[in-house]
Design a protein around this ligand. Structure first.
Ligand SMILES: [Zn+2]
Length: 136
C-alpha cells in the first residue's frame, strides 16, 4: 500500500487513511490535490530563487562565463545553462499537469504552467544578456 504525506502535519500515513492517525485531521481527496498544488508552487519558488542566486553571482563575476576548458570550449555555455534550467522546470510542471488531468483548478494550473514557461524564457534571455555583457 502506498504512503502519502498528511497535508496538515506532514507525517507519512497510509493512502487509505480517512483520518490522520497523528494529528486526527479528517482527510478528504481534495486535501491531496491541495498538497499537489503547494508542492508545485514550492518547487517553483525554490527553482526561481536558485536561478536568481545564480544570476546575482554571474552579475558580480561575469568572468565565470568566459572560462574555457582545454579544448577552448566555454565551461558555462548557453546549452549548458538551458539544460540546467529546463530539467528542474519539467519536474515543477508535473504537479500542475497532474492537477489539470485530474480536473483540479484547471484555470490556476494553466496559469502556473504558463508562468513557469515564461519564467524559463526570461531566464534564458537574461543568461544570453549576461553572456553578451561578459563579451562571450
Ligand atoms: Zn496529520
Amino acid at each position: 500500500m502506498s504512503k502519502i504525506l498528511c497535508p496538515y502535519c506532514r507525517k507519512e500515513i497510509d493512502e487509505t487513511e480517512k483520518i490522520c492517525p497523528f494529528c486526527t485531521t479528517k482527510l478528504t481527496k481534495d486535501d491531496y490535490k491541495k498538497l499537489l498544488f503547494s508542492l508545485g508552487a514550492g518547487l517553483y519558488i525554490l527553482w526561481f530563487i536558485a536561478n536568481i542566486a545564480g544570476f546575482l553571482i554571474l552579475n558580480h563575476y561575469p568572468q565565470i562565463l568566459t572560462i574555457k576548458n582545454k579544448d577552448n570550449e566555454l565551461i558555462f555555455s548557453l546549452i549548458e545553462y538551458i539544460e540546467i534550467c529546463i530539467q528542474p522546470a519539467v519536474i515543477i510542471l508535473v504537479p500542475f499537469i497532474i492537477a489539470i488531468v485530474k480536473k483540479y483548478k484547471i484555470k490556476e494550473s494553466s496559469i502556473c504552467i504558463i508562468t513557469i514557461v515564461l519564467t524559463l524564457i526570461i531566464f534564458i534571455s537574461y543568461f544570453i544578456h549576461l553572456q553578451k555583457a561578459a563579451g562571450v
